[in-house]
Design a protein around this ligand. Structure first.
Ligand code: PNW
Length: 445
């Protein structure tokens, strides 16, 4: 049996817009994802999160299910516009109450709550003031964080500011395939800087106000491999790594952006005020690692600002997921060891890892998903391998608790450990849910 360290934290993750639904109920304000998904052709089959898993109305049952499955921890995000409908200003008591009840339900069930302040559902009213490109966004975010810390800080031991700031900056403002759908790399890099600054100021606030517990930020590193050992592929690989990892970890750990990559950006370099980087340096207690992919990188003049073509690959013998992502468990070991060796071995948690497969109930209503069990087992083994080599990894969370709204891909890809029949909202734990619950209970494989 592969045993994990004592106090290793196991759990499952979700995010607000992907599961809650109730998009315009009890005073919730509009987010950029509401706006984006309501516009035709942005999301596959024109799906949207209006109803999603109806978690807003089914929350107590969903927490009871987490308990039945034996999940020790639950990683969820907070809908900013449920709490502050216009993004700033008046608080919506009903929205704040929802998260208060969620935390109480979790604690009563013996489940550790881990709250992410922002998982992409930015207030539309603030988008109209420029969104993350406006430096005022730093204050908008810290004001929202203050409301949440004051209400839940006495009961939530683990916080994260942002989930995957890379996705917000580069898919939201760069390629524009995600909300708010902006296609402008100057805005993307300015967004990146403001996200890190908002993160840092929020951590300062958390520490100044002496909240118990720990706070960090969740990144989404790929493991990158040059497609060949030609110098130009190696250079392209370094650029892909810098955009995805270096631009976040170098400022967070060392207080500087990667110099060579900043030169490459030229006119797209963000505006940085004196003192910003000093505030970003060291602004975390732990780092979240969302790992999905290993990618090869080829120099390609048609490959946008990076001049790189990035292609996700599988280890031999592994197929591909329903998202057509490769499956490469060893990449997770590489990422954790990279962070150990090159960024001072911070406290790390795997905060998301999982895959979409075409799951369906059989004649008896059971959902058998051996492919997902194999996927999770191999990645849990890869996490263990990194720990054996000294990486300071403290937890592992599977994405996702249940099937949900998979952003621009709509509801077709099913990442859940629990199957959701959307027309009836019936939840059926897949075989992987029972399997993963046992792994968590035994603290090992
Ligand atoms: C993560 N990409 O997203 C998110 O944190 C989840 O909300 C999401 O459901 C999960 O992974 C599965 O996709 C990503 O295209 C989505 O590079 C897309 C990308 C990266 C991360």
């Amino acid at each position: 049996m592969l045993q994990f360290p004592k106090d290793f934290l196991w759990g499952v993750s979700t995010s607000a817009y992907q599961i809650e639904g109730a998009w315009n109920e009890d005073g919730r304000g509009e987010s950029v994802w509401d706006r984006f998904a309501h516009r035709p052709h942005n999301v596959a089959d024109n799906h949207n999160g209006d109803v999603a898993c109806d978690h807003y109305h089914r929350m107590p049952d969903d927490v009871a299910l987490l308990k039945t499955l034996g999940m020790p921890a639950y990683h969820f995000s907070i809908s900013w516009t449920r709490v502050l409908p216009a993004g700033c200003g008046a608080v919506n008591p009903a929205g704040l109450d929802f998260y208060d009840r969620l935390v109480d339900e979790l604690l009563a069930a013996g489940i550790t709550p881990m709250a992410v302040l922002h998982h992409w559902d930015f207030p539309q009213a603030l988008q109209e003031l420029g969104g993350w490109v406006n430096r005022a966004s730093v204050d908008w975010f810290t004001d929202f964080a203050r409301v949440m810390f004051n209400r839940l800080g006495d009961r939530v031991p683990l916080w994260a500011t942002f989930n995957e700031p890379w996705v917000i900056a580069f898919l939201g403002y760069g390629s524009g395939i995600f909300a708010p759908g902006v296609c402008d790399y100057s805005q993307a890099y300015q967004t990146l800087h403001h996200l890190l600054l908002a993160h840092a100021k929020t951590v300062q606030l958390f520490r100044q106000d002496n909240h118990a517990g720990e706070i960090g930020i969740v990144l989404n590193p790929d493991h990158f491999i040059p497609a060949t050992n030609r110098a130009e592929d190696i250079a392209a690989c370094q650029r892909a790594y810098d955009e995805n990892v270096g631009m976040f970890l170098r400022p967070l750990v060392f207080g500087e952006y990667p110099a060579q990559f900043m030169d490459w950006l030229g006119v797209h370099r963000p505006t940085i005020f004196p003192g910003d980087l000093a505030q970003i340096k060291g602004s975390f207690d732990y780092l979240g690692v969302n790992y999905y992919r290993t990618s090869t990188v080829t120099h390609d003049v048609g490959g946008g600002l990076l001049k790189a073509k990035i292609h996700s690959v599988s280890e031999p013998g592994w197929g591909r997921t329903e998202m057509d992502w490769g499956i490469h468990p060893a990449g997770l070991t590489h990422v954790l060891l990279d962070w150990k060796e090159n960024y001072g071995n911070p406290k790390m948690m795997v905060t998301e890892n999982g895959a979409a497969f075409p799951d369906a109930p059989d004649d008896t209503g059971a959902v058998n998903d051996p492919a997902r069990i194999n996927f999770l087992r191999a990645h849990i083994e890869a996490t263990h391998a990194a720990i054996r080599q000294g990486a300071n990894v403290r937890g592992y969370f599977a994405w996702s608790f249940m099937d949900n709204f998979e952003w621009a891909s709509g509801y077709r890809p099913r990442f859940g450990l629990v199957y959701v029949d959307y027309p009836t909202q019936k939840r059926t734990p897949k075989a992987s849910a029972h399997w993963f619950g046992r792994v968590a209970q035994q603290n090992g494989l």
